[in-house]
Design a protein around this ligand. Sequence first.
Ligand code: PAF
Length: 284
Amino acid sequence: MPIAPVIKEPEALITWAEEQHRGGHTIGVVPTMGYLHEGHVSLVRRAKAECARVVASIFVNPTQFGPKEDLARYPRDLGGDLAKLSAAGVDLVFVPEKEAMYPAGFDTYVVPGEIASTLCGASRPGHFRGVATVVLMLLRMARADRAYFGEKDFQQLAVIRRMAKDLWLGVDVIGCPIVREPDGLAMSSRNVYLSPRERAQAVCLSQALAAVANRVAAGERHAEALRALMRTMIEAADTARVDYVEVVDALTLRPITTLDRDALAAVAVFFGKTRLIDNRQLHI
Ligand code: PAF
């Protein structure tokens, strides 16, 4: 299987992308931080189905990590990632160095507003500023027509959609369904950090979210009862430490009292040092 071409320099990516546009080809972009799993591959497949050219980026973006977070130990496997992306049919892989993305003197950031103030935005100050900034750079460098993100990072998707609209990026932001392990655990590059015991217990996240969906289907409309249900189920796992369990408005991501509109149940939980997130949309 031929390995997809790799570009490291932003200027080379821009030259390639402009050539594709001159040839009349649409460009789909799949931004990633590498250590790819089936969830990422599903984004590439969707992009392949909808765009003439597909670029994936691999860049562990330092500005979206807090000082006490896992930037230094974030898992990496460039060889494995290139094999997966090539097999999925990407046309180009962009793997910039930190200095190419953030050269000396870099001093401009995108600061998302209200949409980034709850959930992970509240627990990880500055995280979405880093995400929005790097995604804007990547989409501009790749001259993206469409960009693909997983719904596991539901708030990230909402922040990027808002940015694309507010800043007139002219990029269609596409959300793709969460891909899960056979037992229900949402795929994440961070799952590799889990000890066997933590991994076994981490299934409580998807189980708690499924229990919430069942309660809602049975008529429950009190958000607080749903939060309590999730907390009880998750805290039954002795390696779990809840960061948040929330039920929010699906559009604003603000906590709600009553389910009288589309909502989102969302959780962030530490298993040991590993923070996992998951969510489930609640349609009534
Ligand atoms: O979801 C991720 O992997 C990252 O937040 C992203 C979108 C690639 C930006 O660094």
